[in-house]
Design a protein around this ligand. Structure first.
Ligand SMILES: Cc1cc2nc3c(=O)[nH]c(=O)nc-3n(C[C@H](O)[C@H](O)[C@H](O)COP(=O)(O)O)c2cc1C
Length: 169
């Protein structure tokens, strides 16, 4: 079981820590920090519809390779204005080649979102992307963090453990 964590926070905070923790519980794997990557926004050319791949050349090529070789992908984003962060939305939009080429079909995903009040509202953007591309969501963990402190740490860990058990079955 090969796990991959993708962190959509511009800071080294709860989102990154929780993604790292989840990947570890899944047996370990690479972590991609989107803030360190140069990823262009989708230009809407839809050449991927015909060619099956994105024509933009940037760090997304590395992200594509890693997503395609993973068995389970842990997506982590802070909640920004009731949605995912801008950098995670860039990744979501750039995943549109998978709608046609189906290379992520059958892979598993865990969605972790972190917010002061509305972490759960950032889940649907990632869920829509996973559903559209045939990725099976095995768990979503919206986490409340007030002033940087996670509320209900124990129940967050219990959710992670339950997801990790589910993946190993
Ligand atoms: C631009 C911006 C918008 C935010 N919007 C929301 C929001 O709509 N709902 C919410 O619950 N928290 C919101 N927050 C708070 C963050 O989601 C929260 O601080 C979170 O813990 C950040 O996670 P991180 O430290 O891993 O980046 C916002 C923070 C920023 C910087």
């Amino acid at each position: 079981m090969k796990a991959l964590g993708i962190v959509g926070s511009p800071v080294k905070g709860n989102t990154e820590n929780l993604v790292r923790e989840m990947v570890k519980k899944l047996g370990g794997g690479d972590i991609i920090l989107l803030r360190e990557k140069k990823i262009l926004h989708c230009d809407g050319c839809l050449k991927c519809d015909k060619e099956g791949s994105c024509s933009l050349k940037d760090d997304m090529q590395e992200v594509y390779r890693k997503m395609e070789s993973a068995d389970v992908i842990v997506f982590g984003s802070p909640s920004y204005y009731d949605n995912v962060s801008g950098m995670m939305k860039m990744l979501i939009d750039r995943s549109v080649p998978y709608y046609m080429n189906k290379k992520l079909k059958g892979k598993k995903a865990v969605i972790i979102t972190v917010g002061e009040e509305s972490a759960a509202k950032a889940v649907p953007a990632l869920k829509t992307m996973c559903d559209s591309n045939g990725i099976k969501i095995i768990g979503t963990i919206p986490v409340k963090a007030h002033s940087g402190k996670i509320a209900g740490r124990k129940s967050v860990e219990a959710k992670m453990d339950a997801i990790a058990r589910k993946v190993r079955i």
